[in-house]
Write a protein that binds this ligand. Structure first.
Ligand code: F6R
Length: 611
């Protein structure tokens, strides 16, 4: 979604702002702009609809000079993508410029009030109210105006503000939308995401909700909503920019698919001591586990699919009832949750608005809350506390389509299942040892599964004209099919749907006909015979069956499939970590074959911070 950058220092700000915006472009956007305080003390704004190149061309034609500025990439929510609706927005006289991520929920009433007091609006955005509001509240001190404005703004926001009357300061504020401040000698940076400032500094502060940051050339100060100064321990970012660059791959998505062995290793190792029984990384006592009545795993999109896989594993190993729920539905259904229940929010970004809202709801109702999250310092991680956050160490995921975050989420789900199983006394330590040993081998097996790339490239060159693809499977293979269908539709724009294989004959089989492409995932040994009979039903309707199948089942599956994609063997429970590799690669190759914008699919944003 939208991205924010800001700079104050001694260098020209616009190249720094543009570089930051480029690094945030993976989040998805449809217009962009910058505002810079010039040497004449005026704010110069440049905005352009469409790609950043348009803004760059505009800046070549109409240069802006100045060492203080803010910038923004906008993903339209209120008002169409256009030059006018692009940020930054200013007050009537152009003395104050504002960039904003999030949604101001009471913008309609604020707008009426501001108009009555003389404000003239030029855009359809909710953001513009902030510029006019600050102007009307300003009495010689922007910090005071911003603090007052925050008591009047409802909704979520990360704000960057500059003002001609205080030309050597950049202000920022946040509520429910991430904002990070970076600093080094004489320079300050703001950004909605770390990659935007990482080429300048690795020392950052994460602003908390209802706090403002004041940056000048002497440093950074943070204040709470009452104006009290707050001390934040700086966080030193360990990963470097190369982790967020393509590194020779054609696309981020391909690079991130290939990074999975490493991501899986990094996520597993801190939780593995060599022998089962040490689950000190899990923030639950044996007593709490024994008293658990239910676990709710709540998330969106791909993260939800990891939760569905988690449900199968936890129920099997720990015998605790688990529900996997979509966060946007969960929040509004008056969920039944309370004491002696565990709520696990799963989120790559840690910023997804629906997941955050569901988490707050569960917390309010007395459940124990935990998070599986990839971004240190993100809102969800902070909301549950670092001690209750199980980090996936996937590194920055830049492609909009999630790949390595998914595998590490699934891996953590499997680890949680093993831990709960043993703590509850349902899982024998021999079986736990066997599973942990196999997880230890997983990076090498995933590497092997990556070897399917060439076969998939050849196959997709003939399959890419297909208009529909069905994914089927049973048990964990169904959980995987859900993810495979999402991946394909989001990057290749091919209509794809996942069905539990046994459900086909209850309706969807009507869609099967000569030449229809069906991808079956077959990794669950115990369900093999049932799945094979479903494949026969599919073949009998003339469909073209591609089976993603474990090596040990090759002989039995060969007669029922037109194409086999073989993956290495491991325990049934861990097979999703391997089977997902060719399914991700399939989506990637189909998207490339169809000439799609793989890393930035249309209409999608990396971090969905609105409901
Ligand atoms: C799909 C995808 C999305 C996200 C979803 C949740 O490839 O990336 O479906 O999984 O928007 O995002 P997070 O995990 O950041 O909460």
């Amino acid at each position: 979604m939208c991205g924010i950058v800001g700079y104050i220092g001694n260098q020209e700000s616009s190249p720094i702002l543009m570089e930051g915006l480029e690094r945030l472009s993976y989040r998805g956007y449809d217009s962009a702009g910058v505002a810079v305080i010039g040497s004449d003390g005026k704010i110069n704004v440049r905005k352009a609809k469409g790609r950043l190149e348009n803004l760059e061309n505009l800046l070549k034609e109409k240069t802006v000079y100045g060492t203080v500025g803010i910038g923004h990439t906008r993903w339209a929510t209120h008002g169409e993508p256009s030059d006018l609706n692009a940020h930054p927005h200013t007050d009537v006289k152009g003395d104050i410029a504002v960039v904003h991520n999030g949604i101001i929920e009471n913008h309609v009433s604020l707008r009426k009030q501001l108009e009555m007091n003389g404000a003239q609006f030029v855009s359809q955005t909710d953001t513009e109210v902030v510029a006019h509001l600050l102007n009307q509240l300003y009495e010689g001190d922007m910090k005071a105006a911003l603090l007052k404005a925050m008591t009047m703004l409802e909704g979520s926001y990360a704000l960057g503000v500059i003002c001609t009357r205080e030309p050597d300061v950049v202000y920022c504020a946040r509520n429910d939308s991430p904002l990070v401040i970076g600093f080094k000698d004489g320079e300050g940076f703001i950004a909605s995401d770390i990659p935007a400032l990482l080429s300048h500094t690795r020392d950052v502060i994460f602003l908390k909700d209802k706090e403002i940051g004041v940056l000048d050339r002497s440093g950074v100060k943070v204040f709470d909503i009452y104006g009290n100064e707050q001390h934040h321990e700086p966080y030193h970012v360990e990963w470097d920019l190369s982790s967020a660059e393509k590194g020779g791959y054609a696309h981020y998505m391909l690079k991130e698919i290939h990074e999975q062995p490493e991501a899986i290793k990094k996520t597993f190792e801190p939780r593995y001591s060599g022998t089962p029984g040490d689950y000190s990384w899990l923030p639950l006592t044996v007593e709490e586990v024994k008293n658990l009545r239910k676990i709710s795993i709540v998330a969106c999109g791909t993260a939800y699919h990891a939760g569905v896989a988690g449900r199968y594993a936890i129920e099997k190993l720990a015998r605790i009832p688990v529900e996997a729920a979509i966060a946007s539905e969960y929040r509004y259904r008056d969920p039944i949750i309370g004491e002696n229940e565990l709520f696990i929010a799963v989120s790559q970004s840690g910023e997804t608005a629906d997941t955050l809202a569901a988490l707050r709801e569960a917390k309010r109702r007395g459940a124990k809350v935990m998070a599986v999250c990839n971004v240190v310092g993100s809102t969800i991680a902070r909301e549950v506390g670092d001690e209750n956050t199980l980090y996936t160490y996937a590194g920055p995921e830049i492609a909009v389509a999630s790949t390595k975050a998914y595998t590490t989420q699934v891996e953590l789900m499997m680890l949680i299942a093993v831990a709960l199983g043993q703590m509850k006394g349902e899982l024998a330590s021999e079986k736990a040892q066997e599973l942990l040993d196999q997880m230890h081998q997983m990076p090498a097996l995933v590497e092997k599964a990556l070897g399917t790339e060439e076969q998939l490239q050849k196959f997709t060159s003939i399959a890419s004209h297909k208009k529909h693809v069905f994914f089927v499977g049973r048990g964990l293979d169904y959980a995987l099919s859900l993810e495979a269908a999402l991946k394909l539709k989001e990057v290749s724009y091919i209509f794809s749907e996942a069905y539990a294989a046994g459900e086909l004959k209850h309706g969807p089989i009507a869609l099967l006909q000569e030449g229809r492409l069906v991808v079956a995932t077959i990794t669950q040994t115990a369900l093999l015979d049932k799945t094979l009979s479903n494949l026969r039903e599919i073949k009998a309707r003339g469909a073209w069956v591609v089976a993603v199948c474990r090596e040990s089942l090759k002989e039995k599956v060969t007669p029922e499939a037109d194409e086999l994609i073989l993956i290495p063997d491991t325990d049934d429970l861990l097979m999703p970590l391997l089977a997902v590799i060719p399914l991700q690669m399939f989506a990637y190759c189909m998207a490339v074959a169809r000439g799609c914008d793989v890393d930035k699919p249309r209409n999608l944003a990396k971090s969905v911070t609105v409901e």
